[in-house]
Write a protein that binds this ligand. Structure first.
Ligand code: SF4
Length: 350
């Protein structure tokens, strides 16, 4: 009995043509991003760290400033952590900045940089995607990058009907196919082409199949249902609410500085929660509402209510500091808190 040829089999059989079509399109249509223009391993590493969980448009405003201030691994390794965090401020997920700093400290004194994805995987903050991106772009290793963009493209090309628990399990499932497709003659450009295709053509909603360079290989485009892929089980969202306080005294505002060893946002300042300020959340939440903001962090939807409150005085609790309003620019605040405080202060001064 002959086995029916699957879309995956056809794709793998035609991979030489697939690679050529993808590469030709990328070389003609790619966006001129600064980290693509300079091919230094350091620039690749910095951009890949910044691009983890952050959009290209946001990274664009940070990358040039970072490269001017800290142009190579040695400069980054020698920089104080406060400088590193300040340059990162607003990009979020500060553990990336700390890991990048630690990475620079380990590679700067070494006689040479690792060249393989396996070597990069041993360094702080480098997962499989980042390792493959660095090794392929900066050192020409034929390792495939697999992220949400790549999963989306591959699921559509193959019209894969599997319902994945989450994007991590989908990435694992599509890794072997991505690896079969990677172009051994130009792995860095191939990986960047897949990322570019996912970011500009094979969009989550309304993919531009009519101008897609690999449309001829795409089972979902042929069937007319690309938006049905990839199939992911619905995510359970948990709602949380947080009461924060805005305490102001003699031109200074009360902030909470996270402990240096904290798992998240270590050393960064934030508006304190009622508990951190030593106040009862229920009574703090009856004070005048200064602002209410909602944000999503992983599977949580968090509503943060900021209420005006008076600090009872006396000794400040752990991590609490009074910061003069005029000094806010010189301290490291977490990105959302800087944005909220700027909005609150400008609304007040309007
Ligand atoms: S043809 Fe459409 S669905 Fe298929 S890879 Fe291209 S953009 Fe995505």
């Amino acid at each position: 009995m002959t086995r029916k040829t699957s879309a995956r089999d056809r794709l793998v059989a035609g991979r030489a043509e697939f690679r050529d079509a993808l590469l030709a399109w990328y070389r003609a249509a790619r966006r001129p991003l600064p980290w693509r223009e300079s091919t230094s391993a350091y620039g690749t590493v910095v951009s890949e760290f910044m691009l983890q969980q952050t959009r290209v448009a946001t990274v664009l405003t940070y990358f040039g400033r970072w490269m001017s201030a800290l142009p190579d691994f040695a400069a980054l390794a020698a920089a104080p952590e406060a400088t590193v965090l300040k340059l990162w401020e607003g990009l979020g997920y500060y553990s990336r900045a700390r890991n990048l700093h630690r990475l620079a400290k380990s590679v700067a004194p070494a006689p040479e940089l690792p060249r393989s994805s396996g070597g990069w995987r041993e360094l702080p903050g480098v997962g499989p995607y980042t390792a493959a991106a660095i090794a392929s772009i900066a050192f020409g290793e034929a390792s495939a990058c697999v992220d949400g963009n790549v999963v989306r493209i591959l699921a559509r090309l193959t019209r894969d009907g599997t319902a994945y628990r989450d994007s991590a399990s989908a990435s694992r499932a599509f890794s072997p196919l991505a690896q079969e497709l990677v172009n051994p003659g130009a792995p860095g450009d191939h990986n960047q082409a897949m990322m570019e295709l996912g970011a500009t053509v094979c969009l989550r909603r309304r993919p531009s199949c009519l101008i897609c360079p690999v449309r001829g290989f795409c089972a979902a485009a042929k069937a007319g249902d690309p938006e049905a892929y990839p199939r992911l089980e619905p995510r359970r969202i948990e709602r949380r609410s947080v009461v924060r306080v805005w305490c102001e005294r003699r031109g200074a505002v009360l902030l909470h500085r996270n402990a240096p060893g904290a798992r998240r946002l270590a050393d960064l300042h934030e508006l304190p929660t009622a508990q951190q300020a030593g106040l009862d959340p229920a009574s703090a939440s009856t004070g005048p509402l200064v602002a209410r903001r909602s944000r999503g962090i992983t599977r949580f939807r968090i509503v943060e209510s900021i209420h005006s409150a008076r600090h009872p005085g006396g000794r400040l609790g752990p991590g609490l500091v009074w910061v003069r309003l005029g000094d806010l620019d010189s301290i490291a605040l977490s990105g959302p808190h800087r944005r909220w405080m700027t909005q609150i202060l400008s609304a007040r001064n309007a």
